[in-house]
Ligand binder design. Structure first.
Ligand code: MGD
Ligand code: MGD
Ligand code: MO
Length: 692
């Protein structure tokens, strides 16, 4: 028997981007472990990825191209050859491309975070075609926009510093589930005497393990940050020197923050005045005493109407108290902006024949149902889905299903498994997994460039995304040499070597070693140097004013909350959030039996008072509904959900739920204040016993 160990990278949409060691015995991957030498992975993987071989060798892997033989959504297919599959696709796309290329829409997200299997050959293909561009907003663009207005780029505190912090605010994140290798460091900080505070409407796995938990109303984080600013300024818990040298607009901010008294803040956030005061004082006093105070701001705060501003306001706090002076102070939202990723080389926007329209992936439900019009342009006639599962993850799911059910729509899905989205495909193409292809990665939670080597041969007739688009490009007659580049040639273009952060980037060397840290200072903004227009942390943003936004930190209430919409709340009084289940990764892994068994079935956490008022008992099936739709789940009566809040951990495959639906049945397509992003956690519902 020959045994080899292959250096790989976890491709999933998670900040941790772990370095993997894959054991391969006679061509079969038998074990996937965390690389003990990689500083942030440190030999530890989450349960999901430690079971990676169970997913790769799953009996239900798609191994051959398929053609639909049943109704759309029914999921009935027959096997066809690659030749027939590609010929069918090209025969459908060619006339559309000749007439109205924007009627073709790619729909993709981060099923793999790989720079090669993500958007490289696929982007070249759609650019050359002149297809509609996809606005990839489904996750993070609200917060990224707010952060960039303030800090300039998504650059922040290095993960490898958090163990040295003395106070960590875990703001809208559940790292035990979604950012495990940060949690390891936060725990180390705690052992070294740090205080951890969770700011989260729900007592998540993480909130349970922090010394303090501030359970504010969803969507009110911007107000809490303003209230903190008020106290920091009123009690002079400021770093005047840092403010004078490295920030812009303090006087205007001071006037704005004056409006946010602790009482107003507490009323808006649904928490106690003492909670506001204590949080601000602890943060300001520890910073003033020279202790490193850090914030880990995650995605939970962004999925509401004012999500962009929430992140912006939180991102102002470290500059006020001078927390950036410490490598272990400051804030991390995402590290993605640290990477000199060469998107233009990978994706070749120069191939576009003109500037096509852009369609927002968040509003795919409405957009597939939209007829041609002068404002919208041509009706969407063909959708090519890869690295995504829109039927499960996009909001207002009944609209999404109605759109994909259109008889005249031609749908192709590249997938590993027969997901909810595959059920609507005309042609299904089997894609390789991370163990079967190569890739280069950046990360959004650490600072390492990463390489993924192929550990095993493709399963069945599966092909890598890149190869599928290479074949389609050839058949569409695209003859530019860039459509012939191999995956290695693509990976070699992943990072700009002229940038000092990646100056030593060499793909062959990276493949050998597996990972390489960016060349970055430990404390990125210790002496200012913010990548904004002014070079300062912008409390006042002229760019925001130019973009038609409030140039100062402000607060916008959710679209759907008892305070902002009492009429709607009279019908639907409960706020619903649907953050990730620990053992799923968005909708990935839901079909892996051992992981699904760990999560049981779709559940809804509801406070005992709200349950009692509705005669709902622990363990009974409930119906969750609003004007957009209905789904069922098993009630878990628990004080983990604050009164007025229900929590349906997600994202379930619809077809694996008893009613064939999931939480996105009730979420809306409304967009955030900035970044054109979804408002998944800005949803009012009513709940009733399903047996009633
Ligand atoms: N295991 C696992 N890990 C994952 C994922 C997964 O599905 N499963 N998904 C990955 C992806 S794509 C992403 S974007 C990240 C997301 O992971 P996180 O950044 O952790 O974000 P969420 O899970 O959306 O929400 C985290 C917490 O925010 C809380 N929250 C909800 N609304 C609000 C609010 O208005 N204010 C505040 N302060 N908190 C609120 C929720 O209760 C939840 O506990 O995780 C990644 N990692
Ligand atoms: N209600 C609710 N909805 C949510 C969220 C929530 O918290 N609540 N979270 C939102 C967030 S943060 C995000 S990021 C989105 C995520 O939405 P998506 O990016 O659509 O993520 P997944 O649901 O994991 O689907 C990814 C699919 O890509 C496939 N895939 C993986 N690798 C490859 C590959 O190499 N080739 C091909 N062809 N396919 C591959 C996987 O098998 C999987 O089915 O969901 C959003 N939806
Ligand atoms: Mo995400």
């Amino acid at each position: 028997m020959t045994t080899t160990y292959v250096r790989a990278t976890c491709p999933h949409d998670c900040p941790d981007t772990c370095a993997l060691l894959v054991t391969v015995e006679d061509g079969v991957a038998t074990e996937v472990k965390g690389d003990p030498d990689h500083p942030t992975t440190a030999g530890v993987l989450c349960t999901k990825v430690s079971r990676y071989t169970e997913r790769t060798y799953h009996a239900e892997r798609l191994l051959y191209p398929l053609r639909r033989i049943g109704a759309k959504g029914e999921g009935k297919f027959e096997r066809i050859s690659w030749d027939e599959a590609l010929a069918t696709i090209v025969a459908r796309l060619k006339p559309i491309a000749a007439r109205a290329p924007e009627a073709i829409l790619p729909y993709s997200y981060c099923g793999t975070m790989g720079l090669v299997q993500g958007e490289s050959m696929s982007a070249r293909f759609f650019h050359r075609l002149g297809a509609s561009l996809l606005d990839r907003t489904i996750c993070a663009t609200a917060g990224f926009t707010g952060y960039k207005y303030t800090i300039g780029a998504t650059i922040g505190t290095d993960l490898e510093q958090f163990q040295n912090a003395k106070l960590i605010l875990i703001w809208g994140g559940n790292p035990i589930a979604s950012n495990l290798h940060f949690w390891t460091r936060a725990q180390e900080a705690k052992r070294n005497g740090a205080i951890l505070i969770a700011i989260d409407p729900y007592r998540s796995l993480t909130a349970e393990k922090c010394q303090q938990h501030i359970a504010l109303l969803p969507g009110t984080d911007a107000a809490l940050a303003l209230g903190m600013m008020h106290v920091l300024i009123a009690e002079d818990l400021l770093d005047h020197d840092y403010i004078a040298n490295y920030t812009l607009g303090f006087e205007q901010l001071k006037a704005r923050a004056a409006e946010w008294t602790p009482q107003r803040t507490a009323d808006t956030c649904g928490i106690g005045v003492d909670e506001v005061l204590n949080l601000a004082r602890l943060y300001g006093q520890m910073a003033k005493a020279g202790e490193p105070v850090a914030i880990r701001s995650n995605y939970g705060v962004q999925r509401v109407r004012g999500g962009g501003m929430s992140v912006r306001n939180i991102a102002c706090l470290p500059a006020l108290v001078g927390a950036w002076r410490h490598a272990a102070g400051g804030i991390q939202l995402s590290s993605s902006g640290s990477f000199p990723t060469d998107k233009a080389a990978l994706q070749r926007p120069d191939l576009m024949p003109n500037q096509p329209r852009t369609i927002n992936m968040t509003t795919i439900g409405d957009d597939l149902l939209r007829p041609a019009s002068p404002e919208f342009g041509p009706q969407v006639e063909a959708v090519i889905v890869y690295n995504a599962n829109p039927l499960a993850i996009a909001p207002d799911s009944s609209k999404v299903a109605a759109g994909f059910a259109r008889e005249d729509l031609f749908t192709v899905v590249l997938e590993h498994f027969q997901t909810d989205s595959v059920d609507y495909a005309d042609i299904v193409l089997p894609a390789t997994t991370q163990l079967e292809h190569i890739d280069a990665h950046n990360a959004y939670g650490h600072l390492y460039m990463m390489a993924n080597n192929a550990a095993i041969a493709p399963m069945g007739e599966a092909k890598a995304n890149t190869e599928i688009f290479r074949l389609l490009a050839a058949r569409m007659g695209m003859d530019d040499p860039c459509f012939k580049e191999s995956d290695d040639e693509l990976a070699a273009q992943a990072f700009r070597k002229d940038d000092t952060r990646a100056i030593h980037f060499d793909w062959d060397a990276l493949k050998q070693k597996g990972w390489q840290k960016l060349n970055m200072p430990d404390a990125p903004f210790a002496c200012g140097g913010f990548p904004t227009a002014s070079g300062k942390c912008e409390f006042y943003s002229a760019q925001m004013a130019a973009d038609g936004l409030d140039p100062l930190p402000g607060y916008t209430a959710p679209y759907e909350s008892p305070a902002s919409n009492p009429e709607l709340a009279a019908k639907y009084p409960l706020a619903m959030i649907s953050p990730p289940q620990r053992n799923f990764l968005n909708s990935t892994f839901v079909n892996v039996k051992s992981l699904r068994a760990a999560e049981g079935e779709p559940q809804l956490d509801i406070h005992p008072d709200d349950a009692a008022a509705r005669g709902i008992k622990h363990g009974e099936m409930v119906r969750i509904f609003n004007d957009r739709g209905t789904f069922v789940a098993k009630a878990r009566v628990t004080a983990k959900a604050r009164p007025g809040l229900v929590v349906g951990l997600s994202v379930w495959w619809k077809k694996l739920a008893s009613d064939g639906k999931n939480a996105n049945e009730v979420t809306s397509q409304r967009l955030t204040d900035m970044g054109r992003a979804p408002t998944f956690y800005d949803t009012l519902v009513q709940v009733e016993s399903a047996s009633a």
